[in-house]
Design a protein around this ligand. Sequence first.
Ligand code: ACO
Ligand code: ZN
Length: 322
Amino acid sequence: MFQPDTDSTNRTSALSATELFKIKDVRIGDYTMKAWFVAPYPEEYTQQPQLYICEFCFKYMASDYIAGRHKLKCAMKHPPGDEIYREGAISIFEVDGRKNKATDDVPYHNQMYCQNLCLIAKMFLDHKTLYYDVEPFLFYIMTEVDEDGCHFVGYFSKEKCSAMNYNVSCILTLPCYQRKGYGQYLIDFSYLLTKREGKTGTPERPLSDLGLLSYRSYWRSVLFRELRKVDEATSVEELSARTSLTPDDIIACLQLNDMLFKDKITGRYQIDIHDQTLEEHAKKMAQKNYIQIVPEKLTWTPFVLSKERLASITGEATHQVK
Ligand code: ACO
Ligand code: ZN
């Protein structure tokens, strides 16, 4: 299992003794993981050595006994919201952070589910602070399906309306599922949504260390794949239209991989394709044999906000004063 990097260990050691006391193991479904960072769970849940979380509804509990009893009666076997993607054992749900009414079918409020999810994310992410104000976000929950239900693997959140073109606000793969390609899968899925919206997108900054590594790896793979299909005359704009990556992210990635230079006379960027690098990379990726998104399996239409809802989220008035 992945342990916190040196950077996060340093951050942990800088915490006060009381805060250190709150760092504990967390059990979600069949997996027990070390919490990397402090999450603001209520005091009474932070006094035992382990926190228990229901893998379906994300209810948090203080003891094995309570978690066992909850498991017997928990009615949720999949996330609330709409299943918008299913391919093989992978199923992805879209959950609106806005408060909804619990029904017989889904006896749970989306809002509470999303708040509890943000608390889980906080245990593995140091610099994000969203826990309670989940209404402006949509949550995309990736699960692995078997006869027991849809097991939570990871998620990303996305602003319903992003002035900065962000297509991901927060992304997480549970540590027990990390380094298996699920992060790339989630990132690819976020760009698939952006493509369907007819836009380009980029993740919210700042990225964590692991976020930066994962995005750099994803951008390289996607751009190298496209560069194998096109000729040298391609442009950053064309690559952006094909991939939904922003021109800035494309430029940064190509520069990092020595495949872009600026013509000193014209000032224009020129792409310099290294065929051998592309082939070697393609071979390496094929060996990894990571699961791939099948775009045709997405059944989704972009989220549209009503004027009133948009105003309530952004805090602007809907009616003009005459
Ligand atoms: N060490 C070195 N490289 C890594 C590591 C690591 N620990 N983790 C990911 N990478 C790089 C590698 O190149 C890796 O490919 P490889 O395993 O084939 O070499 C690539 O990123 C992608 O790995 P995945 O298996 O697809 O990604 P994973 O499922 O592990 O999820 C994620 C990546 C989501 C960033 C995960 O590490 C995580 O949840 N971290 C904690 C939360 C976090 O930091 N989220 C990002 C915050 S930024 C934001 O939210 C916009
Ligand atoms: Zn439950």
